[in-house]
Design a protein around this ligand. Structure first.
Ligand SMILES: C[S@@+](CC[C@H](N)C(=O)[O-])C[C@H]1O[C@@H](n2cnc3c(N)ncnc32)[C@H](O)[C@@H]1O
Length: 554
């Protein structure tokens, strides 16, 4: 690896996006400090927050500068940083700025998750900080030796899961360290306002105090990821949050299945009825592990197969099993069992992928292959573009996965393989939803949804039409998940258009059916097509009129 690449990997691993000093200074300037405050910066980097903090505290003391500096660093300012270079840069910046660095201070080089803060004045109770500020690592990696332990300590609060993400665990540990009435002010990724995996963190924050969020127009050149300032006061359970000056009551937040902090008052009403998940069950697809072995593009109606697949009995060895295990770890019991199997010469069925001297050319469709549902930015319907080698119900693919690393063992979406449904592209700025005919094997890049038992078949077309509207996409990207991923559960959390009156619903279904047939005959639709504009009218809001809720029963 080149030095630049290694440096980039190191930065990514530690979630290092340093705060521009003007922004950090601004966030410190508006804090009200007294000499009794104890302020922590748990991932201080090269000191963007630490320097203005010291400066502000020093103004509260009298006496010679070096004495004031020592007092501040011994009584008021605490910091932790994992990266030795940034830590040294932080200390150097203090030395340069004040021409001194007291021998005793509370700026520690270490891992925030391993660091235990000593109690003050011999007090054995948990030391509390009155203020915690900073910009915790975003998307950073955890020390593998600590991962599972951290999950046990910080991974659950109030009966809800806290996502194993560095900034989420930084927030949870910081809340533990914060004194009652204390303030936490963090720069964070804006993803935590809506994504479902951060739901537990949002609940926990509201259970602990008052939350106020401010969107940062611009953060820094280092990342174009949208960031926010989370301002939190540990004042006990709160009934509302404030986002960019607007108060949102908990009752509105609770309407959304993801406990969204981006539920605007004009959107809340759509969530007052059933969800798509009441009508359809959505699922992600499968990760093959090595598409090149099994997935082929259909070109001119032909499949070109460069490989043969040979099954064989592979001896079980401890070395191999350790390589496949999660984090390379096996329990003593598993190790003992594998040793026994190895000694007995046990084997596992495996598959070998052998290059053919001459690739085979086959006509598609072919009985040894199934259509493979890859994600694509197309709506309504798209002809199949890929196939997967699926002889004997995917024996070769499933055997390959079973013998691969632990994360390949599950077969995502398997119960739904070959079923008729809807599908969309996983990573997209909007829903590219299309009709999925029966017979496909499902890829992880294109989640799918299938009617629940007993739901009328026409609901598939009604829901397809709804997901193509601007309103539905607004609800998805503003309230449910504003990242670029559209997971299966995000789809289930969308409101079902319960407000559409029966006659409009019937017309909408007929319209979408016609579009699907036209697309199967070669017509291409885009979100800008006139036919989609027509759809908007059927789903436009008529909540104030008596809404006929045409239910999902067949
Ligand atoms: C987003 S940067 C922000 C740094 C600094 N607070 C600022 O605003 O400029 C996150 C910092 O966390 C540090 N870091 C990552 N994991 C850490 C850990 N477990 N304990 C302490 N610091 C950590 C990184 O090295 C990096 O300096």
């Amino acid at each position: 690896m080149s030095i630049a690449k290694a440096a980039r990997a190191h930065k990514r691993q530690l979630g290092q996006f340093l705060t521009p000093s003007a922004l950090a200074a601004q966030l410190i300037a508006s804090l009200e400090l007294t000499i009794h405050d104890r302020v922590l910066e748990p991932s201080m980097g090269d000191g963007a927050f630490i320097l203005p903090l010291i400066e502000k505290f020093m103004a509260l003391y009298d006496g010679p500068m070096t004495e004031r500096l020592a007092q501040v660093l011994q009584r008021n300012v605490y910091g932790v940083e994992l990266d030795a270079t940034l830590y040294a840069r932080c200390l150097e910046a203090i030395r340069r700025r004040w021409d001194a660095l007291p021998a005793q201070h509370n700026l520690v080089r270490g891992d925030f998750f391993r660091h235990h803060f000593a109690a003050r004045n011999g007090d054995s109770s948990a030391p509390a900080f009155t203020i915690i500020v900073g910009n915790p690592p975003f998307g950073g990696a955890f020390d593998p030796a600590l991962q599972d332990d951290l999950d046990r300590v910080y991974g659950f609060r109030n009966g809800a899961k806290i996502k194993k993400e560095t900034y989420a665990f930084f927030i949870v540990k910081s809340l533990d360290l914060l004194a009652p009435g204390g303030r936490l002010r963090f720069i964070c990724s804006d993803t935590f306002l809506t994504i479902n995996t951060m739901r537990g963190l949002r609940r926990y924050l509201m259970q602990q105090g008052e939350v106020s969020i401010r969107t940062l127009g611009e953060f820094s050149d280092e990342t174009n990821h949208p960031m926010v300032v989370l301002d939190f006061v540990k004042s006990g359970a709160a009934e509302a949050i404030t986002v960019d000056g607007v108060r949102t009551p908990r009752s509105q937040i609770e309407l959304t299945a993801n406990f969204s902090w981006r539920i605007a008052a004009d959107l809340a009403r759509y969530f007052a009825g059933p969800r798509l998940g009441d009508f359809m069950i959505a699922s992600s697809g499968m990760t093959v592990g090595r598409n090149a072995y099994f997935v082929r593009k259909i070109e001119d109606g032909k499949i070109v197969e460069p490989y043969r697949f040979e099954f064989f009995d592979d001896p079980i060895t401890l070395e191999q099993e350790v390589k496949r295990a999660r984090l390379g770890r096996l329990s003593p019991r598993q190790v003992e069992k594998i040793r026994r199997l190895e000694a007995a010469g046990a084997t596992r069925r495996n598959v070998r992928i052998v290059a053919r001297s001459q690739p085979l050319t086959l006509a598609a469709p072919h009985p040894d292959y199934c259509y493979y549902n890859k994600g694509a930015p197309t709506i309504v319907y798209a002809p199949p573009t890929h196939v997967i080698y699926w002889k004997d119900e995917g024996d070769a693919v499933l055997t390959f996965k079973k013998n691969g690393n632990w994360y390949l063992h599950g077969v995502g979406g398997q119960p739904y393989f070959k079923r008729e449904g809807l599908t969309w592209q996983l990573i997209a700025r909007r829903l590219y939803t299309r009709y999925l005919p029966p017979g496909y094997i499902l890829d992880s890049g294109a989640p799918c949804a299938f009617l629940r038992p007993g739901v009328a078949p026409d609901e598939l077309y009604f829901i397809l039409g709804w997901t193509l509207t601007r309103l539905c996409n607004r609800l998805l990207k503003e309230v449910i998940n504003h990242t670029r991923n559209i997971q299966s559960k995000d789809f289930e959390r969308l409101p079902y258009p319960w407000w559409v009156a029966a006659p409009d619903k019937a017309v909408a279904i007929a319209h979408v059916k016609q579009m699907v047939v036209a697309a199967q005959q070669g017509e291409r639709f885009t979100p800008e097509s006139q036919e989609i504009a027509v759809l908007e009218g059927y789903f436009s809001h008529t909540i104030n009129a008596p809404a006929t809720h045409v239910g999902g029963g067949a």
